[in-house]
Design a binder for this molecule. Structure first.
Ligand code: TXA
Ligand code: MG
Length: 351
């Protein structure tokens, strides 16, 4: 059920491989295939079959009002499925496709309606991963693919995470090793005058602004009293089973207070975990310390985040204290996922 495919040679060579052929055939028959992308692993089904798409929702346990992203093997295919490509979208495509950017367009009505949860718009992405590209080109039909995790679990950044969550529910898992970004794609709505950031991800807000000037940020992303325009952002997501608390102060300054809080929690019988960067890993002690990249290397933190969150479940941790990061660049995306994992809870260390 799981096949390891090394990506040594070019896309054309990969397309001919038995594993890719098998995966494409499963998809074309309406089955489910999990595959690596440069962001996270996706759980794919052809986007033109309502039955195939509904098996994605079923396998994940995903609410059916949360629409899916369609994945295409080449930028030239996008026009077949969307009403028009506005100039700003064309510029974003030129800059960031293939890559970790998803754009929301008005669709042409030729996709299964459960892909878009009945919306007039569709989210489209052209991933930059040799296995994903080979599979998509070989399939020749748009592939709807959410992250290949059970709904509510952290997204999978390794084939083993997919196996843990979905074994028995997916016909084939293509194993391409650990993913490059570790966080999902950036979602941008390009249906209006000004592009709107709906979900921060692999492409940063700063990169978008440098490419096309003004980019609005969906108020639902930054304010609790606004509901997000990307339906998926309203769900509690990316969450380990333990209770996550954000530690928003510099750890070197609050380490005594934090250590006291850890001891207090342990005194109540809780197993306490820390989610920290290498630089912070020796400041306090706890039951389980999960190191997640280097603070001075934001991409290393992004890459390690979901693996780290899963680690707390394996270690059966009850309470997790997490380091926080400045809201800029890729750290904005990391903070978005961490805030969701914590359901917004911040540890108040003055008490
Ligand atoms: O990196 C990624 O984007 C991964 C890989 C597999 O490509 N996929 C992924 O899919 O993260 P998913 O389903 O976990 O997240 C899709 C996000 C959700 O927040 C969803 O609400 C939003 O995109 N979305 C999809 N269609 C939309 C639409 N028509 N309008 C607004 N938001 C939409
Ligand atoms: Mg997801």
């Amino acid at each position: 059920m799981s096949r390891v495919v090394d990506e040594g040679k070019g896309i054309e060579e990969l397309r001919g491989r038995a594993e890719i052929q098998e995966a494409a055939n499963i998809l074309k028959r309406g089955g489910l295939v999990a595959f690596p992308t440069e962001t996270v692993y996706g759980l794919g089904a052809i986007a033109t079959s309502a039955d195939a798409v509904s098996s994605i929702y079923k396998a994940k346990g995903r609410p059916s009002d949360n629409p899916l992203i369609i994945h295409l093997g080449a930028v030239e295919q996008v026009g077949d499925w969307v009403e028009s490509i506005p100039p700003i979208a064309a510029e974003l495509a030129r800059r960031f496709w293939p890559g970790p950017l998803t754009m929301v367009f008005r669709h042409r009505g030729n996709l299964a309606s459960n892909v878009t949860a009945g919306l007039p718009t569709v989210a489209v992405r052209v991933p930059d991963h040799p296995l994903a590209q080979a599979l998509l080109l070989e399939t020749g039909i748009p592939v709807a693919a959410p992250s290949a995790n059970r709904s509510g679990r952290p997204s999978p950044t390794e084939a083993l995470h997919v196996w843990d969550d979905l074994r028995g529910r997916v016909a084939l898992i293509l194993d391409g090793g650990a993913t490059g970004y570790g966080l999902e794609s950036t979602v941008v709505d390009v249906t209006g005058e000004v592009p709107v950031l709906l979900r921060p991800g692999g492409v940063t807000l700063e990169q978008l602004q440098a490419a096309v000037g003004t980019v609005e940020v969906d108020p639902g992303l930054v304010r609790d009293d606004e509901s997000p325009r990307s339906p998926g952002m309203k769900y509690r997501h990316y969450a380990p089973e333990g209770d996550v608390w954000l530690v928003r102060k510099p750890w070197a300054e609050v380490k005594e207070a934090l250590q006291r809080e850890i001891s207090r929690q342990q005194g109540q019988g809780h197993r306490v975990g820390l989610l920290v960067t290498e630089e912070h890993s020796d400041l306090v002690t706890a039951d389980v310390i999960v190191r997640c990249g280097w603070r001075r290397d934001p991409l290393s933190v992004a890459r390690g985040l979901y693996h780290a969150l899963r680690e707390f479940d394996e270690q059966q941790v009850d309470v997790i204290f997490a380091e926080t990061f400045p809201e800029e660049g890729i750290y904005r995306s990391v903070m978005n996922r961490l805030a969701k994992a914590a359901a917004g809870k911040t540890l108040d260390l003055r008490k």
